[in-house]
Design a protein around this ligand. Structure first.
Ligand SMILES: [Mg+2]
Length: 276
């Protein structure tokens, strides 16, 4: 039985693999293990906003026992303002929509605010005993309130839930698409047939969901799935973190190379946030 630990560690490892090469153009670099410095000049194993906000989400669930939007926002602010849930006491790699939403207290709802900033932190919801689509939408809308970002989160959590119940990845994608009416996502079940050059890895939430599912469908183990995602370039940390959230459920955190896990910073913070 997979647990939240599998999803969170695999996401954190993906995040940390991608941080040093974030925003780099595809095929101008090649990552094959945990490295450091680069884009944000952080040591190897440093995880970023993706993992921090996932942990803040976990912490609010741990404390409230469910989805408490106000408490969740409070923990997001502890990250943003005080650097909690971070490896070095400082929030970094903060997305523009997330920043604006946390500063004003209102999630953004315009069509241009459809970055992957809510998708990258949504996986803990799959581990709740009951979570409604309304809950998932509300959690996304703390920062990302547009239909597209909310639909991406619903599909992603639904896929994660199906994987937790033992579905294969193609079955889980099929499950996750049930009830989806958004044409932007209708090609997700066939994404595995696309060529690498057809896969975009920008910060647009639609690209991130497709790229992550594609990375999982191209590979048969967690290590390769994460490296495949990172090496797509551009928003490499988030693409790999989103890949890791599902990949951890598919393969288990014991399949993370021990060298990578050993390099991962502040595992004590991660452990403290796991709610079961
Ligand atoms: Mg990041």
């Amino acid at each position: 039985m997979r647990t939240l630990r599998d999803a969170v560690y695999a996401a954190a490892v993906g995040d940390a693999l991608g941080v040093p090469v974030q925003f780099r153009e595809r095929d101008t670099f090649h990552v094959d293990t945990m490295t450091g410095y680069g884009t944000d000049n952080k040591p190897p194993g440093t995880w970023s906003d993706d993992t921090s906000l996932t942990l803040a989400t976990c912490m609010s669930i741990k404390e409230s026992g469910g989805v408490d939007i106000s408490l969740m926002r409070t923990y997001f602010l502890k990250w943003y303002e005080k650097g909690e849930f971070t490896p070095f006491g400082e929030a970094f790699d903060v997305g523009t929509t997330t920043r604006q939403a946390l500063e004003t207290g209102v999630g953004l709802t315009d069509v241009r605010s459809n970055g992957n900033g809510s998708l990258m932190r949504i996986v803990p919801l799959a581990f709740l005993h009951s979570v409604s689509k309304k809950d998932i939408e509300a959690v996304s809308a703390i920062t990302h309130g547009h239909r597209i970002a909310k639909d991406a989160c619903i599909i992603y959590v639904s896929i994660a839930q199906a994987l937790l119940q033992g579905a294969t990845l193609p079955e889980a994608i099929h499950e996750g698409m049930k009830g989806n009416k958004n044409p932007l996502f209708e090609h997700l079940p066939e994404v595995g047939t696309r060529k690498r050059e057809e896969i975009k890895s920008t910060g647009y939430v639609v690209d991130t969901l497709y790229a992550s599912i594609w990375s999982l469908l191209q590979t048969d183990n967690l290590k390769d799935a994460l490296l495949t995602a990172v090496n797509l370039g551009d928003d490499s940390d988030t693409t790999a973190a989103v890949t890791g959230g599902l990949g951890g459920i598919l393969y288990g955190c014991e399949s993370i190379p021990s060298e990578w896990l050993n390099t991962l910073k502040r595992k004590d913070i991660i452990e403290n946030c796991l709610f079961f």
